[in-house]
Ligand binder design. Structure first.
Ligand code: DQA
Length: 148
């Protein structure tokens, strides 16, 4: 069965490949998008990949994912650590959500250990670089398979 997966990215992720390459790696956001589309094609997944700097827009897109997708991959970026609105939006969903981080926020500054989303998502993938998105997509699909 063909699945629809939404991948939502928060602020500054459009700067992947340019921002702090020692932490986030050399792959650009557009290269990441191509990697994801490619893998989705192989897996027969219909993919929507979006990035925004706006908290409100991210909230709106989370609602849209709830209405249109079978599952959601979310890298809320800095909003992970600050946004009650993103958390509340996730609480409206009944689809599985996998939280993704390129880096391992727990191995970084203290403030990144505050996480307002991790206890309201289905699973988390962090610290694998951009490859984490592919791992998260495969994990999400296996969860969906289990659901039937
Ligand atoms: C991030 C980690 C966050 O702490 C940070 O604010 C980001 C990216 C990651 O993918 O590693 O912007 O979500």
């Amino acid at each position: 069965m063909s699945r629809t997966v939404h991948i939502l990215n928060g602020p500054n992720l459009d700067r992947l490949g340019l921002r702090e390459p020692g932490i986030y790696g050399a792959t650009t956001y557009s290269e990441l998008t191509v990697m994801l589309e490619c893998r989705a094609g192989e897996l027969g997944v219909d993919l929507v990949v979006r990035q925004t700097a706006g908290e409100g827009e991210l909230v709106t897109w989370i609602h849209e994912a709830g209405a249109q997708a079978d599952g959601l991959l979310l890298n809320a970026a800095a909003y992970t650590h600050t946004s009650v609105a993103v958390r509340d939006a996730l609480l409206t969903l009944s689809i599985p959500v996998v939280e993704v981080h390129v880096s391992n926020p727990h191995a970084r500054e203290e403030f990144r250990r505050t996480n307002l989303v991790t206890d309201v998502v289905t699973a988390t993938v962090q610290g694998f670089g951009v490859r984490g998105y592919l791992l998260a997509m495969e994990g999400l699909l296996s969860l969906l398979e289990e659901q039937g």
